[in-house]
Design a protein around this ligand. Structure first.
Ligand code: ADP
Length: 508
């Protein structure tokens, strides 16, 4: 401190003067202000900005204790030294007890400068400590605020993470596929419920080894090499494999593996899904089989047609050749076969798109059935008998009805070649008109009966060369369905088969 500012409370001019002189004599450089009563003192405490106060013990109508208390309220750090005549030990102790800084006797002013020094130094230390304390306090406050913010942030982040994890798990549990997550090394660390439901495995039986053993033995090697291959690709990928169901049935699945993108560094986790594509695979297989059957079926009559036409071409300059009419008949038969096959294909595609048109009208059923059977191409190997209710009229599409009937009769001729007799019966059953085509052929095994009207269904006749696409009965079923009728087949192996369908009886 350069020059301390000393406020002196002393009503006695002589004493005040003496005090200042003593201080100057000690070599202390200072600025002083002398006040003599309470009012001056109060002003000076506010305006003079004293560094230290020296006060007489008792003044007229004022005293050191009150002066100290006033100073404490405004300048608590400024030291306060009582300088007075003898005040007695008891009073001196009381002064120290209320907190004054020091006491000096007017009779011994020599000690005062040292006391002032010490008091100023102590005050300075106290001030610095206070400032340091304040700083520590404010740093602590800042720290605890930062800490609170950090805790809030950690709590919010943990909450967000938990929510995001819950969302992810919920999503994995909601999707219809089997799903799991695995590490980059292939260790499965989570399966959704679908996996357990599908495989029938328990939660203890998890992990990659169980995934591999759930695969069809023929697909394992390929799947493992596919997985190793996909692991090196950041975009993931897919492959197909059969997964064992709880009942030991293997079903084709499309297995997709995608890395979970990390914000930093390469992905450590992969997400996997398995989608059931079994039906699709079977349909694909059926489609491939169908294409190969259809091409074969079309190729046979076309080859015959081509051969006949080539022969006719060679003989075109000799129209009298005796083989001419036979070749034309053969070519026509082949063409009819191609036509029928194409007709079946067209009808199937129409039925698929629900565009099979029917134009119903009223007609006598027995009469129509008779005419249709009489107009069948001559076949000496078979006798077709038609019998039944002559009076019954139906409300149906006549040409579609004939189509179903012809299909049944042709099938009987095709699949029951030794039958000789084919009976066609027309009768009324449960308010509907029922047409049955009965043969005495080999019959159909019970396990095949319920599939007869399915699309592409054909019974394997043990290598015999029956031609067909497995569409005839399917088209018949679609036609009958359009008439709100029913269709069926009753058969017993060795006794023959009855194919029947019903049509609505015409009410008027
Ligand atoms: P496709 O056009 O191949 O003959 P269909 O749909 O007409 O097909 O017939 C389906 C299957 O029903 C045939 O493969 C055949 O095995 C069987 N089937 C049809 N009619 C008879 C019948 N009268 N006797 C024995 N099997 C028959």
């Amino acid at each position: 401190m350069v020059h301390p500012r000393i406020l002196v409370l002393e009503d006695n001019d002589f004493d005040a003067d003496l005090l200042c002189r003593e201080l100057k004599k000690s070599g202390l450089g200072f600025v002083s202000k002398i006040v003599q009563n309470r009012s001056e003192y109060e002003h000076a405490v506010g305006d003079f900005h004293p560094d230290i106060i020296l006060s007489d013990y008792s003044l007229p109508s004022f005293d050191a204790v009150t002066a100290f208390q006033i100073k404490q309220q405004v300048l608590p750090l400024v030291p306060f030294i009582v300088v007075s005549g003898t005040i007695g030990e008891e009073n001196a102790v009381a002064l120290i007890n209320i907190g004054i800084t020091d006491y000096a006797s007017k009779d011994n002013l020599l000690s005062l400068p040292a006391k002032i020094h010490r008091a100023l130094e102590d005050a300075e230390i106290r001030r610095e400590k206070l400032i340091a304390d304040e700083k520590i306090k404010s740093i602590n406050a800042e720290l605890s605020q930062l800490n609170a913010e950090l805790e809030d942030r950690v709590a919010a982040r943990t909450k967000a993470l938990t929510e995001s994890e819950n969302r992810f798990r919920n999503m994995m549990e909601t999707i219809p596929q089997i799903a799991w997550t695995n590490t980059v090394r292939g260790k499965v660390d989570y399966y959704n419920q679908r996996w357990y439901d599908y495989t029938g495995l328990s939660r203890l039986q998890t992990g990659i080894s169980n995934f591999i053993t759930a695969l069809h033995p023929d697909d394992r090697k390929e799947s493992v090499s596919q997985f190793s291959f996909l692991r090196k690709h950041i975009d993931g990928g897919e492959f197909q494999a059969r997964i064992k169901r709880w009942d030991n049935l293997y079903k084709w699945h499309l297995i997709r593996l995608m890395p979970i993108k990390e914000t930093e560094g390469p992905s450590q986790h992969w997400i996997g899904t398995a989608t059931d594509i079994h039906e699709l695979k079977i349909l694909q297989q059926k489609k491939d089989d169908f294409i190969s059957i259809a091409s074969h079926e079309l190729k046979t009559p076309i080859t015959t047609l081509k051969a006949s036409l080539q022969l006719l071409d060679r003989m075109k300059n000799d129209p009298s050749a005796s083989i001419f009419p036979e070749l034309i008949t053969r070519a026509n038969k082949s063409l009819d076969k191609v036509y029928t096959l194409i007709e079946d294909l067209l009808n199937t595609s129409k039925a698929n798109e629900d565009q099979l048109q029917i134009t119903p009208k009223k007609f006598n059923l027995l009469k129509a059935v008779r005419e249709c059977c009489e107009n069948l191409p001559a076949n000496d190997a078979f006798m077709v008998h038609v019998e039944g209710d002559e009076t019954m009229d139906v409300y149906a599409d006549i040409s579609r009805t004939e189509q179903v009937l012809i299909n049944f009769v042709n099938n009987a001729m095709k699949y029951a070649p030794d039958s000789r007799e084919i009976n066609v019966r027309v009768e009324r059953v449960l308010g509907m008109a029922k047409i049955s085509v009965i043969d005495k052929g080999p019959g159909i095994p019970a396990q095949n009966l319920r599939f007869l009207f399915d699309r592409y269904y054909r019974i394997n006749h043990g290598g015999s060369e029956y031609t067909g696409l497995g569409l005839g009965l399917y088209i018949c079923a679609e036609i009958v369905k359009k008439h709100d009728g029913t269709i069926g087949a009753d058969s017993e192996v060795g006794s023959g088969s009855t194919f029947w369908f019903t049509l609505p009886v015409s009410s008027s």
